[in-house]
Design a protein around this ligand. Structure first.
Ligand code: PXP
Length: 253
């Protein structure tokens, strides 16, 4: 069974496009409410909800995250930058897991994996603080051997392999798709061999998921854009249920 984490940031992005100045997050005219949608996703079979609280607070707001913490029934996964302010926030919030991601103000979405090798001390500090608080850490990294080995050395129990390069190559660049897929498979094998739990995320959609689900040792996929987009056609419950089916149908238990 491959678990599905639904990233609801894109719902908050729609709200912020119109209601950036409002302090309320729910009720009345302020729509959509990402917390209400997270509960719909849970009831439709999501195994967890992922949010990325960015330094510039461009989509999910702190109050959304606190409301989620209060009313969610599944696991809350907080994506965050490796900063003292975010570490302090996570220690107060106590999500079930944190996923450490690189962050720059200019990017539209997370564009590359975390450089664990280059920022070892900074990452280590956060991993240790989370471990001390009983919060599981995941590191969002490219499928490079050096990053995977560094994640294991820092004793981060989970990694999330960045599937963005693979997803970008998927439709138009068949050779690139094969190359990136092989990188992902080799990375997953390597990580599993080092005792890491292997998750995947970024750019996974209803088409490429039929290949992504074949990634060795895959524990969980975190998926946002494609699910929220399909929800515009089908409603969120059906969009989540359909993704879950595509992830797991026909797999042996
Ligand atoms: N995982 C991580 C670490 C992310 O930063 C994101 C969002 O960029 C996702 C998963 C979800 O990506 P997408 O919205 O492309 O499904």
């Amino acid at each position: 069974m491959i678990l599905l984490g639904v990233n609801i940031d894109h719902a908050a992005t729609v709200r912020q496009a119109r209601y950036r100045q409002h302090s309320a997050t729910a009720g009345g005219a302020v729509e959509p409410d990402p917390v209400a949608l997270a509960l719909v996703a849970e009831r439709a079979g999501a195994d967890g909800i992922t949010v990325h609280l960015r330094e510039d607070r461009r989509h999910i707001q702190e109050r959304d995250v606190w409301r989620l913490r209060e009313c969610m029934a599944t696991r809350l996964n907080l994506e965050m930058a490796c900063t003292p302010a975010m570490t302090e926030f996570a220690l107060r919030l106590k999500p079930d897991s944190v996923c450490l991601v690189p962050e720059s103000r200019e990017e539209v979405t997370t564009e590359g994996g975390l450089d664990v090798v280059g920022q070892r001390a900074k990452v280590q500090e956060v991993v240790e603080a989370m471990r001390g608080a009983g919060i599981t850490t995941s590191l969002f990294i490219d499928p490079d051997a050096s990053q995977i080995v560094a994640a294991a050395e820092l004793r981060s129990p989970w990694i999330e392999l960045h599937t963005g390069s693979y997803a970008n190559a998927y439709p138009a660049d068949p050779a690139g798709r094969v190359r990136e897929w092989r990188r992902l498979c080799a990375g997953a094998d390597r990580a599993h061999g080092l005792g890491l739990v292997v998750n995947a995320g970024h750019g996974i959609n209803y088409v490429n998921v039929t290949e992504v689900r074949g990634l060795p040792h895959l524990h969980e996929c975190n998926i946002g854009h494609s699910i929220i987009s399909r929800a515009l056609y089908l409603g969120l419950a059906e969009a989540v249920a359909e993704m879950r089916r595509r992830l797991n149908d026909g797999l042996r238990p």
